[in-house]
Design a protein around this ligand. Structure first.
Ligand code: SAM
Length: 230
């Protein structure tokens, strides 16, 4: 048996590549984007009432991780990448049907467009549905998850003075909180757990239209080296 679904819109996001995207929503409140709705959902009727809602669930496709053969076990980064567990006990991107879900902040609503923050979505992500967050039903005080019991620990992020100046300038140009975005994303330590970061190794990721370069001067500490922009 098979069913087909079609996107109701696509996300235009600050994240232009998978690397350095936080592993869950809300971890980087400065991560912003716009959900652009497709016809017939773009006239305003379908989003009427959403201005009364602070957060929404997005159901979407991990369009850059779709696979033909479903995996039964995965190695979540959360467990160091070397322990495998059942796919349904994780939020891994490689999963049957490739469906993701994220609770994100709804900043602004207009016909055909939803402004979002706290996102963990790649640019171009196809969205299948939007549902309002319902605090009395969705917030479960006694809920537990012993695989991911609390938010990942943050690591300190420092700046080369010129890099900070560049980030402030690009932030003003983009009209985006770029310094905060970089700090919030890098503090999650995007490096794969198995990689030992030597100080001379440079890492990079694109946020908006800016390439951010950093290194680990010592383990567990990031320093932003420079920003480049073509
Ligand atoms: N909150 C969602 C969930 O639980 O279903 C996503 C969790 S998943 C672990 C988060 C990762 O998905 C991000 O770090 C990013 O690398 C990846 N990602 C985001 N959008 C994607 C997309 N459209 N295709 C493939 N991977 C994506």
């Amino acid at each position: 048996m098979s069913y087909s679904v079609s996107p109701i819109g696509f996300v235009r996001s600050c994240f232009k590549e998978k690397f350095a995207i936080p592993r869950q929503p809300q971890l980087a409140p400065a991560a912003r984007g716009v959900l652009e709705l497709l016809a017939p959902f773009d006239t305003g009727e379908a989003v009427q009432g959403l201005e009364q809602v602070s957060h929404v669930w997005l159901l979407f496709l991990f369009h850059q991780a779709l696979e033909d053969k479903p995996r039964l076990k995965v190695r979540p980064p959360r467990l160091g990448g070397n322990q495998s567990v059942g796919v349904f006990s994780t939020r891994a991107t490689h999963r049957p049907n490739g469906i993701g879900q994220s609770v994100v902040r709804l900043e602004r609503v207009e016909a055909g467009k939803l402004w979002l923050s706290g996102i963990d979505l790649l640019d171009g992500t196809p969205v299948l549905d939007i549902k309002p967050y319902v605090p009395y039903a969705d917030c479960i005080a006694e809920a537990r998850n012993d695989i991911a019991a609390s938010a990942p620990p943050l690591i300190p992020v420092s700046w080369q003075p010129a890099a900070l100046e560049q980030a402030e300038q690009h932030g003003r140009r983009l009209g985006e909180p770029l310094v905060q975005l970089i700090e919030q994303c890098l503090a999650q330590d995007p490096r794969p757990a198995y990689q030992q970061p030597l100080p001379e190794r440079r890492y990079g990721a694109r946020l908006w239209d800016v390439d951010v370069h950093w290194h680990y001067p010592q383990p567990g500490h990031i320093c932003v080296l420079e920003l480049t922009h073509e």
